[in-house]
Design a protein around this ligand. Sequence first.
Ligand code: ZN
Length: 290
Amino acid sequence: MPNLRLSFPWFDRRAFPVLAAVVAGLYLLEEVFTLREQHHGKAGRTVTNTAVAASGFTVARLLLLPIMVYAGEWADRRRFGLIQWLPLPRWARYAAGALLLDYTNYRWHTLTHRVSFLYRFHRVHHSDLDMDVTTGFRFHLGEQVFSIVYRGGMIALIGAPADLVLSYEAVFEGCTAFHHSNLRLPEAVENILARVMITPRAHGIHHSIVREEFDANYGVVFDFWDRLHGTHRMDVPQEAITIGLPAWRDPEELTVLKLHTMPADDIRPWALPDGTVPTRRVTVPQVWPS
Ligand SMILES: [Zn+2]
């Protein structure tokens, strides 16, 4: 059993308070500059998403992060991994490492949509009926657990040193909060950002109940990977998007307890409760009649 380090003073004392301030700022700002109209009560969703995040966050901080750092230290000690072998200056190896880490997270996200076992967990995240900054933390602890092997393995293959792993992780968390937020940026600003990174508009399309839109904009920080693989799209107006999963429209099925047991539920066909397959041409009620 590797000797895992659990204390990361820079991450916990410097990055974490900044991230908490970013989340709090986005939470307030999205109330003032609102991108998509909300239909399901922010207070209740905040409680639900925080409760789901609590168990997921515990796993992420006590297991995922220490193992990712361990993988980075292991690779660095042995001079193992792609960027360790590159005959480049240190800054260039770090830049390449950050890009590769982001690419592997793009790939992981596509796997959580395409591998049905992983999708069972990832659908907890997508089942939120509205999307805001709190959705960015609604990840089932199982998804965090199964990402450990993948993310740890990729860090070792890339040869990303521990300090790069921790700094990328801070950026990863900040960008996750940002692109899930319901923040309406001035269009000119968003258009500039959308040339390189995943923005709230881009990720709003990813949370659509229309299948082809749900399978788009998988990126975390940069959007190059979506452009490279043909999964990038920005052609859906935010007011036309219904957020969530088509087969899970009833808030009663999305309580904290039911979200924790959701991975064990059957995978339902990609259709609304009445059997209709949502497309851009089908008008879907934002609140499903009970
Ligand atoms: Zn997704």
